[in-house]
Design a binder for this molecule. Sequence first.
Ligand SMILES: Cc1ncc(COP(=O)(O)O)c(C=O)c1O
Length: 485
Amino acid sequence: MEKLIFEKSKTGAKAYSLPSYDIPKSDINSLIPEGLIRKQDARLPETSEIEIARHFLRLSKLNYNIEEGLYPLGSCTMKYNPKINEKTSSNPGFTDLHPFSPDSINQGALSVIFELGECLKKISGLPGVTLQPAAGAHGELTGILMFKAYHEDRGDTGRTKILIPDSAHGTNPASAVIGGFETVKIISNANGRVDIGDLASKCGDNVAGFMLTNPNTLGLFEYDIIEIEKLVHGCGGLMYMDGANLNALLGIASPGSMGFDCVHINLHKTFATPHGGGGPGAGPVCVSDKLVSFLPNPTVEIRNDEYVCVYGDKSIGKVHTFNGNFGMLVRALTYIRMNGDEGLRRISENAIINANYMFRLIADNFDVPYDEHCMHEFIISGDRQKAQGANTKDMAKRLLDYGFHAPTVYFPLLVKEAMLIEPTETEAKENIDDFANVMNKIAGEAADNPELLTSAPQSTPVKRLNDAIAARKLNIKWTAAGGEE
Ligand SMILES: Cc1ncc(COP(=O)(O)O)c(C=O)c1O
């Protein structure tokens, strides 16, 4: 096996040159608190610049990414992130700005926050916005806390329940519970939509709100949305839209027009900002008139031709330091401006066309729980292949051997052996054809030689992992041959 950088260390090799001290060396010990002074040198590898450059380039090549190929992770919208987003967000006028600088010299940054907020208000069809939340799940919690504040403000304190469909993403119930509510499951009907009878039977004066993803996580539009809205508002509850799937709706339908009071928008999905390994992301939240006064502090407004941070009395408070993950906001605004109204609509139209095209290319070879037009993603089941000896996980692993990232698997939980596939609008027809051909080939392999799948992947840097152990006893520490860490 190739040696790691730690093992290639050579005493005296250097990949850096530091400026000389600008304080006398003798002062250093008196300036640094005793407890923070190293007693021994740090054990770091010593290496030349070219070795360190090779090390990081090699590591980067071990990782699959959207610039390498199609990344059909359903519900995650792994679309290409245009390079111009990086250019605008790395403008020194933004990156060098001190977060504590006063509004009067922060006008450029505040204008980005204000303008992005206005764009998101227009897209969502809702009059209020906060850009602070750092991810979709954080946006959910922010929305739920506003629901709570709204009901408490009205003295309506008996509303302890949040209704959530059984197809929802796990973050929905988690956010509701962290926000202090109990959750009540609403079942899906045979068409994969909210069962209206079940919803009606659970709407009452103890309901604080309903959280719905539209299109839902089965890739289907909830066409009973007007009836749903009447039931929820009719019992005094509020409507929350999980906007993770907004990539299907841009310029076509808005959460506001469907009667939602609140929606979070995952900028790292719909608006092409990076899905960092856990962050930083951004999950802005747009709200109806009912919730505007509860938005996190501060919001940004224009007063006397100046952008100012405004603090409301009824606000739920801050949910992030300063104004959120600002670099993400610059990227999203760039993306929206570059596409314009028409471009945004085309994004959703093409995302839907690509998904339906891919769906039809592979539908005959898999079980299809909902055989109808899909929105921007679709769901198939690996149940047939499981009976042949290779399950959905095996197929996902086999895809890696063919050089593709696997789709979302075993989610939503409603569908046995689920694969949730989202090609996104940024894939060309040829790439979609290639992926579909490989999926069909894998279906054939499952029937003829399932061991090919159960022993996959064979071509990746790390072969099949025991995922239970990898999740529960993760050990990513490097250990030298002699056992030294
Ligand atoms: C439907 C749905 N809701 C919520 C989330 C949570 O979003 P985030 O990962 O930005 O916290 C996701 C993430 O994949 C999702 O797919």
